[in-house]
Design a protein around this ligand. Sequence first.
Ligand code: SF4
Length: 286
Amino acid sequence: MAELEVRKARELGFCFGVRRAIKLIEAAAKEHQGIATLGPIVHNQLVVARLAQMGVRVVNELDQLRDGIIAIASHGVSPELLSKIQGRQLGVIDTTCPTVRSAQKAAKKLAEAGFGVVIFGEETHPEVKGLLGWAGNKAVATLDGEEIAGFDLPRRVGILSQTTQSRSQFTAFTNRVILAVAPYAQELRIINTLCQETQKRQEAALELAEKSELVIVVGGRNSANTQRLAELCSPIVETHLIESADEIEQAWIARRQRIGVTAGASTPDEAIEEVVSKLSSFATGA
Ligand code: SF4
């Protein structure tokens, strides 16, 4: 197996939004005790564990926190939750990613102008729950364009996306929405709220998949953008999503020479390097 080549995607791992969120929390943890994040700060267990060593814990409900400092995750929150947080006697660190913030502002603007907002995204994902809050009471979120015909939308319809969706799927979804609302819609607005960092990682993953006999995607299984990388690569080449190097099975590598490695925007460099070095060890027989 000495000829095994392990190649990393040209764009992978931490995005600027995740780096920024971690930096804000780490800086606060050096100065203060009693910091809790509302849900995991990013969807990666290694990051959460490292912050826990610095005294930062995770709470799932605001009511679990009576005092101290609450950190809002990079996915952001709805205006209702934000005002609840602000109404408590708590310190607040808001790490909402600027790209998510732009999507929230776009949703708010559409809602204020009387548009029914259609969000292309997973209804249960924290970012989408937040976006739904900003998008007013005529907003819906779905990944299935066929469902649109069943929604009671006004005659002005705005479409936007969860930031981490893929461009091609958002385009296909938008086309279906246009077809569904065309018979009655007076005005349609499409706002591109896709994250460029995510797009770069997706394009690089597709390029890597074309050149590889196996792709390993490293990242949290609960991370939407990591899942998306695996979904994009798997129709092209055998793909495995793993959280750590321990999950690699030697059988995957057998008779393969070109292995590609990519990673979600919340995956730390150490996790990526561990995977690359474990794969490389198969080449050297170490
Ligand atoms: S993936 Fe994009 S939207 Fe999400 S935190 Fe990173 S930069 Fe922000």
